[in-house]
Design a protein around this ligand. Structure first.
Ligand SMILES: [Zn+2]
Length: 317
């Protein structure tokens, strides 16, 4: 039985993330295509992941400044990411769409990246989606840099792109996705505000001829002064994640309550997910001016990247 303290934490977590607004599920209407078998990654990739290289990306993103949807900062950051992915042989595609928001219609842009020797068929999926959000929260009162939320996950995904590119077969089994519009325009994520990019991507893959086997979603993964949580796993993913976290000395445990993030629209299509997030509700700087580079450690980014790669080297999902 949960202690009263634990119950309070659970309730605060639900409130902070807007969980109560998401009890109703948002299922795409179309029928999923054929589900692809899972492609394991080689075990040797994890050791190649460099926390220092991921950190350099987070630093570069912070130097660009705030990156809210449809802003000059977002466009500059997109160009930075596209250039880096291209340098490692990834082909990128912008997925733009306009959605109604509490602040009127906004055009959002997700970025999708694939790695193949020949032409890429975007109407078909590959085994594994590795994703995270790319936008920073629009907070008018100050300049919100979002080093941890969302620079950290973007830095990890770019470094994963470099590592995966060292193995053509591994890289071709992965689709890297950066979501726009994870953040709500109003203070909290609700049923109608936030998760814009992941909802759109969930609809996109539901219209493809083939369906991924698994989606990884990373968020707020740059600060190891706080624990990390994972959720939405299958027993096989949990076992692999526990073993991988132990191997890389990552303080990763099962989330104490449902967390609303970009994995929710993906999960609600029936796609198995592996969501990793830092304990943001404990971080005094979460969605505040203090979310700057000083909180980010290369070690936290490295543990996240390596734990992700080791988890994906097991037989999943
Ligand atoms: Zn956020």
């Amino acid at each position: 039985m949960k202690s009263r303290g634990a119950l309070v934490v659970v309730l605060l977590l639900a409130i902070a993330t807007g969980a109560f607004f998401f009890l109703k599920k948002d299922k795409p209407a179309s029928t999923p295509g054929q589900r692809l078998p899972f492609t394991k990654l080689p075990t040797g990739l994890a050791a190649q992941f460099s926390g220092d290289k991921a950190y350099a990306h987070v630093k570069a993103l912070c130097e660009i400044g705030p990156r809210p949807p449809a802003s000059p900062g977002y466009e500059t950051a997109l160009a930075y990411v596209e250039k880096d992915l291209a340098s490692n042989g990834w082909t990128t595609q912008r997925q733009s769409f306009t959605a109604a928001t509490p602040k009127g219609p906004i055009t959002f842009t997700n970025l999708l990246a694939r790695h193949a020797s020949g032409a890429i068929d975007w109407t078909k999926s590959v085994s594994t989606v590795i994703s995270g959000h790319f936008d920073t929260k629009e907070i008018g009162a100050f300049k919100f840099l979002g080093a941890n939320d969302s620079g950290s996950s973007t830095g990890v995904i770019l470094e994963l792109g470099r590592v995966l590119a060292s193995d053509a077969a591994a890289a071709s089994s992965v689709e890297l996705v950066l979501f726009d519009g994870e953040e709500a325009l109003l203070p909290n994520i609700t049923f109608t505000d936030g998760l814009y990019g992941s909802k759109s991507f969930a609809h996109l893959i539901s219209r493809r001829a083939t369906w991924p086997a698994l989606a990884v979603v990373l968020d707020i993964v740059g600060d190891q002064k706080y624990p990390f949580f994972y959720s939405e796993t299958t027993p096989a993913i949990s076992a692999a994640a526990d073993a991988a976290a132990k191997e890389h000395a990552m303080d990763l445990k099962v989330a104490p309550s449902p967390i609303i993030d970009d994995h929710v629209p993906l999960r609600d299509t029936g796609l198995p997910c592996f969501h990793i997030i830092g304990a943001f509700m404990d971080q005094p700087y979460w969605h505040k001016a203090g979310d700057t580079l000083e909180n980010i450690s290369a070690e936290a980014l490295e543990k996240t990247g390596r734990t992700t790669l080791s988890t994906l080297s097991a037989q999943l999902p």
